[in-house]
Design a protein around this ligand. Structure first.
Ligand SMILES: Cc1ncc(C[n+]2csc(CCOP(=O)(O)OP(=O)(O)O)c2C)c(N)n1
Ligand SMILES: [Mg+2]
Length: 580
């Protein structure tokens, strides 16, 4: 075999690590790598219009598969554009390898054209960020980077000067089989025993679940059944835990609803499962708290802990459940299920008034019709902003649908690029981008990527001509809205001009058929729904002073919105609860 250069070796190792495509924008220093990709069948180059899209798309792939995904940017500005998407991937614990190609190695440190220091710049959004300054560092440094990304869950960045990429590669004497999957982490027997004692000693136990409960639905339900505990969730836990859940008391946090907050405050033992839920204000400080997390650094950083358990949620519960005494008293559980159902009934009544006739269209109506029309295994990507609220409330999880957003980093414009990554993984799966007009227009250039690759992504645009979430925040703070208005084009016309399917919806009765037609369309489609910018108003009973704390007040404002199908489930969970 002819001797490889560093770029070819790089590509080869990515392929061995299971990477299927490299998202990016080409550029001088990246040419050796892009050329090596061109000559490889096993890796596809995906040409996007903005490198931020590349990073978000790779992050979405990694979140959907749990496997390594990759992106690349050329030297200086090219890779600098990756940074926001990489922060998002890193904070979502998505294993992503980013290639930051670099200026010629001889010029580093001379303020050369396009010079930045990517190895420093990306340090904060990665587990590993290294400059390859000599071909002899290959393949070790790349393998190490991959293992950081996969093993620790997050981003690793390789900074590679273009000239070194073109160098002959060293012998692959220390090449090794790569780690591509994470292990199961089991807590020690002593910790399991201590946890069992705490559970046995508590009368009212509440479980609160985050994204760390992925794949552990059965274990959580079995444990809840044994100790008769209400089960609440954080936003990132919803898709894993809310469906088929007879113990459901809803969601806590800024967008929360139902009785999760009460269940967490009225128990005497709160068990946090796989959640790094960031809002201390929603956590109690006068009940015993246990946290189970696979990342030890997450333990105890939001609340005091009576016991910290380092382990996978599923594995921990498999060990724990047989060791705890079965509780027979359901009174606390039943009381919370009742509170939950009552809380949801109240808001549903407030919301359902004439919403199917309201013009401009109520965004909650859009979300609830979308929920009904979308496939049972659809992937939804959700823009930061009010779409987060609508998705949290109206998308009905079922264990097969997936919902991806920028839930930890909170960046705008995530939905379209994440949809690109999701659709590349599987062109036959329905991928729906719930986009805000602000978010969509921020990375609108990559709408063209859908057309370029004929990706059948469906964009449902919640077009309220405003930066609505911020307008709401201003209102809550008693400020007049300022700098929040978007003067928008007819986005459906823009979509058609770009070569996609586009339809504008201004009346509620046109909505369902517009969504159906878009979903039936074989290629990319955009449904521009003109929505009411004043969908939420401040309930009169709430003032800033009363609530104390901006975060909580937004939560309460939003709390007065609708809750979709969750009310049906809450009602059915009540079937066995004796009525007072
Ligand atoms: C990159 C970025 N810039 C600014 C913000 C602050 N921000 C959060 S939501 C939002 C408004 C989003 O507007 P839009 O996409 O139209 O959604 P809407 O809330 O109107 O539904 C802004 C400006 C952010 N989170 N991320
Ligand atoms: Mg908007």
């Amino acid at each position: 075999m002819a001797k490889q250069n560093v770029a070819e070796q790089f590509v080869d190792i990515l392929v061995r690590a299971g990477v299927q495509r490299l998202y990016g924008v080409v550029g001088d220093s990246l040419n050796p790598v892009v050329d090596a990709v061109r000559r490889t069948r096993a890796l596809e180059w995906v040409h996007v219009r903005h490198e931020e899209t590349a990073a978000f798309a790779a992050g979405a792939e990694a979140q959907l598969t749990g496997r390594l995904a990759a992106c690349a940017g050329s030297c200086g500005p090219g890779n600098l554009h990756l940074i926001n998407g990489l922060f998002d991937a890193h904070r979502s614990m998505a294993p992503v390898l980013a290639l930051a190609s670099h200026i010629p190695s001889s010029e580093i440190g001379t303020s050369y054209f396009q010079e930045t220091h990517p190895d420093r710049l990306f340090a904060e959004c990665s587990h590993y960020s290294e400059l390859i300054s000599s071909a002899a560092q290959m393949p070790r440094v790349l393998q190490t980077a991959i293992q950081h990304a996969v093993g620790r869950g997050g981003v690793a960045v390789i900074t590679l000067p273009g000239d070194i990429a073109a160098h002959p590669a060293p012998q692959r004497s220390i090449e090794h089989a790569l780690v591509t999957r994470r292990p199961t982490v089991r807590p020690s027997d002593a910790e399991i025993d201590a946890l069992a004692r705490l559970v046995d000693g508590a009368r009212r136990v509440t479980l609160f679940c985050g994204s760390g409960t992925a794949g552990a639905h059965d274990e959580v339900m079995a444990f809840a059944e044994r100790v008769k505990s209400p089960v609440g969730h954080a936003l990132r836990g919803k898709e894993w835990i809310q469906f088929d859940n007879r113990f459901d008391v809803g969601m806590s946090g800024l967008l929360g609803y139902g009785a999760a907050y009460e269940a967490m405050h009225e128990c005497d033992l709160l068990v946090l499962l796989g959640t790094d839920f960031p809002y201390n204000a929603f956590l109690p400080d006068d009940v015993a708290i246990v946290q189970v997390d696979v990342r030890p650094e997450n333990l105890g950083r939001r609340s005091k802990l009576d016991l910290a358990v380092w382990g996978d949620v599923g594995e921990t519960l498999r060990c724990l459940t047989p060791k705890v005494r079965e509780k027979t008293d359901r009174r606390f559980l039943d009381k919370m299920l009742k509170k939950h159902a009552d809380a949801l009934e109240g808001v549903v009544k407030a919301y359902t008034r004439k919403v199917d006739r309201h013009v401009p269209i109520h965004p909650e109506y859009v979300a609830s019709v979308l929920d009904e029309e979308a496939d049972d295994d659809a992937v939804f990507t959700v823009d930061t902003g009010m779409c987060n609220v609508w998705a949290a409330r109206y998308l009905t999880p079922n264990g097969r649908r997936r919902v991806i957003g920028s839930f930890s980093h909170g960046s705008m414009a995530n939905a379209l690029p994440q949809a690109i990554g999701a659709q590349f993984l599987d062109r036959r799966r329905q991928v729906v981008s719930m986009s805000g007009d602000g978010g969509f227009s921020m990375l609108m250039g990559d709408f063209l990527t859908l057309v370029q690759y004929d990706l059948p992504v469906k964009i449902v645009l919640f077009n309220n001509s405003s930066l609505g979430m911020v307008e709401l925040e201003m209102m809550v703070e008693g400020l007049p809205a300022y700098g929040t208005t978007n003067r928008n084009p007819d986005f459906a016309a823009v979509a058609r001009a770009a070569g996609a399917y586009g339809v504008r919806v201004e009346k509620p009765k046109e909505l369902r058929s517009a969504l159906r037609d878009a979903f039936k369309h074989k290629g990319p489609a955009l449904v521009d729904v003109v929505t009411d910018p004043h969908a939420l108003s401040l309930p009169p009973k709430i003032t800033g002073e009363q609530i104390g704390g901006f975060a909580l007040s937004v939560g309460k404002v939003v709390l007065d919105g609708g809750v979709g199908k969750m009310v049906q489930m809450a009602r059915s969970n009540l079937r066995n609860v004796p009525r007072p």
